[in-house]
Design a protein around this ligand. Structure first.
Ligand code: NAP
Ligand code: MG
Length: 400
């Protein structure tokens, strides 16, 4: 191992839970450590260590990502009542992803990994569609009320400086019904736009953004205005230099174009649109195990992970001694994404080339018919056999 590729600066490594923790070790041992002298700052976000550190480790790991500029994260259990019993926990902590996202103020981008033998359900799609979802406000931070009977519903703004309140009528209701109040913040919308343009320039993808501003002239109108302002004042030249365009349209027009188009763009979505459309894209593109996810902060910090969870059911089978056929591809791509970003920031072309080679070897392995069970179900032609995770990583090593 004397002539392994050297790294200049470390990346933050966030270990996780269950089957993905098992695969994390496997990927490092078989596909990374033989070739790269890995430099990482290691944080164990496994559920028991989060418990033991009173969740301090999650905060520290987010701070490390901020400091180092690049992080890679394994899937983690979000604790709930069932997990509390299962792992004998004293506390229920928030989802690590939510904690990290709050500290980095980031936007999450999800991108499918495509292989030639798995065709998307939408036959016109030739290139992946990446979703960037605004993760603040709107219906996810709504105030709702059930209205029991006739009466007036108003929105009242009471300025903090003591000046006169402003009010408008939502509805003069003749009978009972429902109301909802939602909000967003100028700064959050601008951060979202910045993260989208940073990601798009990095990936050389055109940006689409859509709202319903013809109907919602003030609310969605403000989204359109701020997104456009960030583009015009901060990113227009960089986009031109990267050869990418910015396209705004109405959300229904965008949906129609997405289904008819050939893909290959970043679709910036408001919170609810992103929630719904990312599941549509993921399922139309194939398997959850073929979806990568990257958190981009407006200050230019990147955290890479697989979009899937800890694959709990496979883990229980692995604990009983079964060699499960769990797909490690999204985890591999989380590592290659992080290593390539590190290489770009440090100007280490050897490391960048390695990340590319590992991705190419992984895709080639699947395209030549060696794959795990989830893909074997979708692939055409169907492979002769399905490999377990260990056989699959060995098959990648052969190509690497
Ligand atoms: P999941 O772990 O994504 O698994 C759901 C199902 O998808 C699996 O049972 C499996 O289907 C299939 N699948 C997912 N990844 C796969 C892979 N790499 N290879 C093969 N099949 C794969 O979601 P979950 O069961 O809802 O959640 C389990 C735990 O993960 C929960 O504790 C949750 O809190 C956590 N979670 C964490 C994150 C994160 O850290 N980013 C995200 C989501 C969920 P089959 O069983 O049919 O094979
Ligand atoms: Mg959803």
């Amino acid at each position: 191992m004397a002539n392994r590729i050297q790294m200049k600066n470390p990346i933050a490594e966030l270990d996780g839970d269950e089957m993905t923790r098992v695969l994390w070790e496997l990927v490092k041992e078989k596909l990374l450590l033989p070739y790269v002298d890995l430099k990482t700052e290691y944080y164990d976000l496994g559920i028991l260590n989060r418990e033991a550190t009173n969740d301090e480790v999650t905060v520290k790991s987010a701070e490390a990502i901020k400091r180092l500029g690049v992080g890679v994260k394994c899937a983690t259990i979000t604790s709930n009542a069932a997990r509390k019993t299962e792992y004998k926990l004293q506390n229920l902590f928030p989802s690590p992803n939510a904690t990290i996202r709050a500290i980095l103020d980031g936007t999450v981008f999800r991108k499918p990994i495509t292989v030639s033998c798995v065709k998307p359900s939408v036959s016109t799609w030739k290139k992946p569609i990446v979703i960037g979802r605004h993760a603040y406000g709107d219906v996810y931070k709504a105030a709702e009320m059930r209205i029991p009977g006739a009466g007036k519903v108003e929105i009242v703004y009471t300025p903090a400086d003591g000046s006169a309140a402003q009010r408008i009528t939502v509805a003069d209701m003749k009978a009972g019904g429902i109301v909802q109040g939602i909000h967003n913040l100028d700064e959050s919308i601008k951060s979202f736009a910045r993260a989208c343009f940073l990601y798009a320039i990095n990936e050389k993808l055109p940006v689409w953004f859509a709202t319903k501003d013809t109907i919602s002239k003030i609310y969605d109108g403000r989204f359109k205005e701020l997104f456009n302002m960030v583009y015009e004042t901060e990113f227009k030249e960089q986009c031109a230099a990267a050869g990418i365009s910015y396209f705004y349209t109405l959300i229904d027009d965008a949906v129609a174009r997405v289904v008819k188009g050939d893909g290959g763009f970043l679709w910036a979505c408001k919170n609810y649109d992103g929630d719904v459309m990312s599941d549509m894209i993921a399922s139309a593109a194939g398997s959850l195990a073929m979806m990568t996810s990257v958190l981009v902060s407006p200050s230019g910090v990147f955290e890479y992970e697989a979009a899937h969870g800890t694959v709990q059911q496979h883990y229980y089978r692995w604990q009983k001694g079964e060699k499960t056929s769990t797909n490690p591809i999204a985890l591999i791509f989380a590592w290659t994404g992080a290593l390539a970003k590190r290489a770009e920031l440090d100007n280490t072309p050897e490391l960048a080339a390695f990340a590319k080679k590992l991705e190419a070897a992984t895709l080639k392995t699947v395209e030549e018919g060696d794959m795990t069970g989830d893909l074997a179900l979708l692939a055409s032609p169907a492979p002769a056999q399905r490999l377990d995770s260990w056989e699959f990583t060995d098959a990648i090593t052969k190509r690497l």
